[in-house]
Write a protein that binds this ligand. Structure first.
Ligand code: FES
Length: 93
């Protein structure tokens, strides 16, 4: 069972493999904010500090939206992520 950790918090969340990161965050009050929930606003901008290979790859729209919000390499949109293994997330919003 994958564990989601948050770099700025002691919170950890255990989820089923294949779970949507947004659902895990919203159900547990995690320190990541969401707005549009469809990958268009970048409110949910994060970096994955550990386990970047344990989530789905970004599509071109996500890369474009994320890069419009931050220069951090590998930044992702939390509302577009499927969790397949352990990850550590830092909210960049
Ligand atoms: S909540 Fe808008 S891009 Fe994720």
């Amino acid at each position: 069972m994958p564990t989601i950790s948050f770099a700025d918090s002691s919170m950890t969340i255990d989820v089923e493999a294949g779970s949507a990161l947004i659902d895990a965050c919203e159900e547990n009050g995690a320190p990541v904010e969401f707005s549009c929930t469809v990958g268009a606003c970048a409110t949910c901008i994060i970096s994955i500090e550990e386990g970047a290979d344990n989530v789905n790859a970004p599509d071109g729209d996500e890369i474009s939206c994320a890069s419009s919000r931050t220069d951090v390499a590998g930044a992702r949109l939390a509302c577009q992520i499927t969790v397949n293994g352990d990850i550590t997330v830092r909210y960049l919003g």
